[in-house]
Ligand binder design. Structure first.
Ligand SMILES: Nc1nc2c(c(=O)[nH]1)N[C@H]1C(S)=C(S)[C@@H](COP(=O)(O)OP(=O)(O)OC[C@H]3O[C@@H](n4cnc5c(=O)[nH]c(N)nc54)[C@H](O)[C@@H]3O)O[C@H]1N2
Ligand SMILES: Nc1nc2c(c(=O)[nH]1)N[C@H]1C(S)=C(S)[C@@H](COP(=O)(O)OP(=O)(O)OC[C@H]3O[C@@H](n4cnc5c(=O)[nH]c(N)nc54)[C@H](O)[C@@H]3O)O[C@H]1N2
Ligand SMILES: [Mo]
Length: 822
């Protein structure tokens, strides 16, 4: 038994390749009516594109002509559509098909699946929903939080899952998100809004007025490549101007980062190296200097903020910890010399300074603190609400900083059930369990069912959910600590995944349904997530491949099984929905004097563009009149001290920002003697998370020996006998993976990088199995940021690195399932 199983596992990748069908055989109706050659337009997170279709197949993709700064990622689109990893048919895990919810859960992830018909697959899915609602109730079903589903307002796949399943019954939902969980929880207490998803001061104004721009843990040149809606890339025009101003020494730009980022290299600006996870210590010392040297803006503190006097004693070492937060104190933690800290503080205070934070810095333990302390620093500098001054938390995201046109954007397919309607099962009895869990605590909820945790001023009681449905996300990429997940998933009786690619999430599911890609359906989208630059048509480029269907069709089929198909789609098909969404938008815009042609004309042309909006300064209204434009905080002012947070009496997030030591921290911090490297898992340069990783052509442009690159410092590598291009094993107490070494001076000693979204490819389904491709979440720590936000802590992660010797297992993540007979 054991022997044959070993052999079976060894052959997984070979077998999967053997059943692959050449893709020219599968484009259904490819040669039917379509003309031999035509150009179509579509949109994506990576921008708008023009595609040349020849005989029903995509021959060429080029950027939309309006996009002056297209991303290289569009080179991956063809490879994504025609990838080996495409889900071809509905598939059911072998043992689950035999034994249903009593299956052997330890085998989940062994990748053995049986092909079934659409009818059988949807029947099974539906029967499971019935079983859960009838035998248990809403607490037993969990809908995985929707992630970076493809663009397109009609087919936005999460909405389809939420509406269809919501018509059947209630379930356990999620709170917050992976991106900004700590930031979006703390900032409403401090600045009165989440800030992270708000429009920011226009770049035009920043470029004109700022004397200092501090890029704090942010890499906009890398991260502006993608947008939540169809991306315009307009912000790059300002990056280009900024580069010129750096060269002409007109603006002083400094990047505070342990790594020389793509942005820093592009702008040719200065780097201020800081030890990872230590920014708060550095900030406290800056505040200490400003205070001691009388460089802070007392009037601003007086008029616009609350609680400074409760914060100062902490700064001066007059509270419990008795530690004065001097530059000398901070130097030992953050690695920036004391003199340099003081000099930096003076420089900030003397000029018009714009602080611009990224998000990775709050994806760490106590990730609430750097954002809160950033707001305190900005308050002490007194420039919040001034043109080119103050603080921003999002200028690296979706072209924030490009002014809004003011036009309305098309609405979306509804995610909720229609008013006046009821689900088939309207049971709302959660038996005392919470109706929603903080998104990053999904694994803990399974491992610690029934336990109660603190969260943002209330209690969460983990539901022992038994069934999970994932669509528009890749849970086995985004969630930390995959070995912990392997154990937790054993508590699940049934897991359903809907996707177009055979991700690790599909591999660890029981029922897998093949959606089509956004390029195989018709849709419309906003052009520009914040600029509202226009409306873009997403014309179907090719027919759905294999047996894939749009999420709309899939969930229509599910609703048919409980008599709610008509209610679900309101009796409209794809093109009728598009026309409705477009016409609703056109009507709103007519009232605002924005011209839009009739639908037919729009569809033919493929886009509408609106004129640029007016430049704008964030928080200017609050500065002008703090009473009339009070912030959304309890007091209406910037809260340096929060009575509300203090009243929660949490140990890891108190009444004002503080320095807290981390569970693991490099450069002399806890556990660094055992695991000497800080692993950062930033967002990938040539992917959107795990999307496009399946695109072979694009992947081969950055992978090393077929593995994800591990970036590291050349001296560190030399000390370990590692050369550029070597295979390395990266590991800690939580897991192990293979990666390919890339040596670069951009990385300080003690710092290594694996980009998030590398496809999780465990050698087998057992706990501890080596990841053959290099997903950092094989190694990351799965704890909550604090009792306040309970957000992800992916940046709190130490590892050890060694040169790999021996025979390396082949990367096995990209070949789809191993198809077996029933
Ligand atoms: N270590 C580490 N981990 C991280 C992060 C980090 O910085 N470090 N970042 C976190 C952050 S900020 C985020 S936002 C998350 C991202 O996590 P996710 O949003 O889960 O990541 P994606 O890879 O974009 O997954 C989207 C999935 O949806 C599928 N999909 C796309 N379009 C459709 C569709 O039309 N229909 C269906 N059914 N499926 C579709 C794609 O194929 C893909 O598998 O990762 C988090 N994880
Ligand atoms: N190309 C590309 N762009 C993207 C995405 C993508 O997948 N690919 N995803 C989008 C999404 S969903 C999100 S959430 C955003 C993510 O946006 P962010 O979270 O801001 O981006 P990251 O690239 O993870 O990290 C930004 C910088 O933070 C630095 N950093 C990390 N830890 C620390 C620290 O402790 N101190 C300091 N000072 N610096 C630190 C890193 O070295 C890196 O240069 O990006 C969006 N844009
Ligand atoms: Mo994100």
């Amino acid at each position: 038994m054991h022997q044959s199983r070993r052999r079976f596992l060894k052959n997984i990748s070979l077998m999967a390749t053997a059943v692959a069908i050449p893709d020219f055989l599968v484009a259904r109706k490819a040669f039917a009516e379509s003309p031999r050659e035509e150009w179509k337009i579509s949109g994506s997170h990576w921008g708008a594109i023009r595609a040349k279709i020849v005989n029903g197949r995509i021959a060429e993709i080029k950027p939309f002509e309006y996009d002056k700064y297209p991303t290289e990622m569009i080179k991956g689109i063809k490879g994504l559509i025609y990838s080996e990893a495409r889900i071809r048919y509905p598939m059911v895990r072998l043992d689950w098909l035999k034994n249903r919810h009593n299956s052997d859960k330890t085998r989940r992830g062994d990748n053995r699946f049986v092909r079934v018909s659409w009818d059988e697959a949807l029947d099974l899915f539906y029967q499971e929903l019935e079983r859960i609602q009838q035998n248990y109730g809403p607490w037993a079903l969990h809908l995985g939080n929707v992630g970076w589903r493809s663009t397109g307002q009609l087919h936005s796949c999460g909405n389809h899952m939420l509406r269809a399943i919501g018509m059947h019954g209630h379930s356990v939902g999620t709170l917050g998100d992976y991106s900004t969980g700590a930031g979006q929880t703390i900032l409403p207490y401090v600045l009165g809004s989440t800030e992270v998803y708000s429009q920011g001061t226009s770049w035009e104004i920043i470029l004109r007025e700022s004397q200092n721009i501090i890029f704090w843990a942010t890499d906009p040149v890398k991260n502006l490549q993608v947008g939540w809606n169809c991306e315009t890339h307009e912000a790059y025009a300002y990056m280009e101007q900024l580069k010129q101003k750096v060269a002409a020494k007109e603006i002083n730009v400094i990047s505070i980062d342990p790594v020389q980022s793509k942005t820093q290299n592009y702008l040719g600006c200065e780097q201020l190296y800081i030890n990872p996870q230590t920014d708060v210590a550095f900030m406290l010392a800056i505040a200490h200097t400003l205070y001691k040297e009388n460089l802070y803006d007392k009037e601003f503190i007086d008029v616009y903020t609350l609680g400074f006097e409760k914060f100062v004693p902490y700064l001066l070492g007059e509270t419990e910890d008795k530690v004065e937060k001097t530059a000398e104190w901070a130097e030992k933690i953050c690695g920036v010399q004391a003199d340099k800290i003081r000099e930096f503080a003076r420089m900030l205070a003397g000029k018009r300074t714009q602080l611009i934070f990224g998000w990775a810095i709050q994806r760490q333990q106590h990730g609430e603190q750097p954002y809160w302390m950033g707001a305190v620093l900005a308050s002490m500098l007194g420039q919040i609400g001034l043109p080119g001054g103050g603080i921003s938390y999002a200028h690296h995201y979706s072209s924030i900083g490009v002014p809004e046109s003011g036009a309305s954007m098309p609405g979306a397919f509804p995610s909720n059930i229609d008013e006046g309607q009821e689900p088939k099962y309207n049971n709302k009895d959660y038996r005392g369990y919470s109706e929603a869990i903080p998104v990053a605590r999904a694994t803990d909820s399974l491992l610690h069912s029934g336990e109660t945790i603190n969260y943002n001023g209330r209690k969460i009681r983990y539901a022992p959910y038994r069934m999970a449905v994932f669509s528009g996300c890749n849970q086995w990429h985004r969630q930390s600590d995959h070995n912990k997940m392997k154990l937790a998933f054993r508590a699940l009786e049934t897991v359903v995944s809907i996707n177009y690619s055979w991700t690790a999430t599909c591999r660890f599911s029981d029922i897998v349904l093949p959606a089509c890609t956004p390029f195989e359906r018709n849709d419309i989208d906003a052009y520009g997530s914040y600029s509202n630059r226009g409306v873009i048509a997403m014309q179907q480029l090719v027919e759905p491949l294999y047996e894939s269907r749009s999420d709309f069709e899939i969930f229509k089929g599910l609703c048919r099984r409980f008599g709610k198909e008509q209610e679900y789609c309101r009796g409209m098909n794809e093109m009728q929905w598009l026309e409705k969404l477009y016409n609703d938008c056109r009507r709103e815009n007519r009232a605002k004097k924005f011209d839009m042609p009739e639908f037919a004309e729009f569809w033919r042309k493929g886009y509408v563009l609106f004129p640029a909006g007016r430049p704008w300064v964030r928080h200017a209204d609050f500065r002008e009149d703090p009473e009339l434009h009070a912030l959304g905080t309890p007091s209406g002012f910037i809260e340096i001290f929060s009575q509300k947070i203090a009243s929660y009496a949490y140990q890891d997030c108190k009444g004002h920002p503080m320095w807290f030591e981390k569970a693991e921290r490099s450069h002399g911090g806890p556990k660094s003697d055992k695991f000497p490297f800080w692993l950062q898992s930033v967002h990938p340069d040539k992917r959107l998370h795990s999307q496009l990783c399946e695109s072979k052509e694009l992947r081969e442009s950055y992978s090393v020996q077929g593995r994800e690159p591990l970036y590291m410092n050349p001296q560190d590598a030399q000390a370990l006998g590692i050369r550029d291009g070597d295979l390395v094993r990266v590991f800690n107490d939580r897991g192990q993976l293979l990666a390919g070494a890339v040596l670069s001076d951009n990385f300080a000693r003690g710092v290594v990088r694996l980009q998030e979204g590398a496809w999780y490819s465990p050698a087998d389904e057992t706990v501890g199995a080596i990841d053959t491709y290099g997903d950092p979440n094989t190694l990351t720590l799965d704890i909550g940021s604090s009792e306040l936000a309970q957000a992800v802590c992916v940046s709190t992660c130490l590892v050890k690195v060694e040169k790999f010797s021996g025979t390396a297992p082949q990367p096995n993540g990209f070949n789809g399932p191993v198809e077996v007979a029933r």
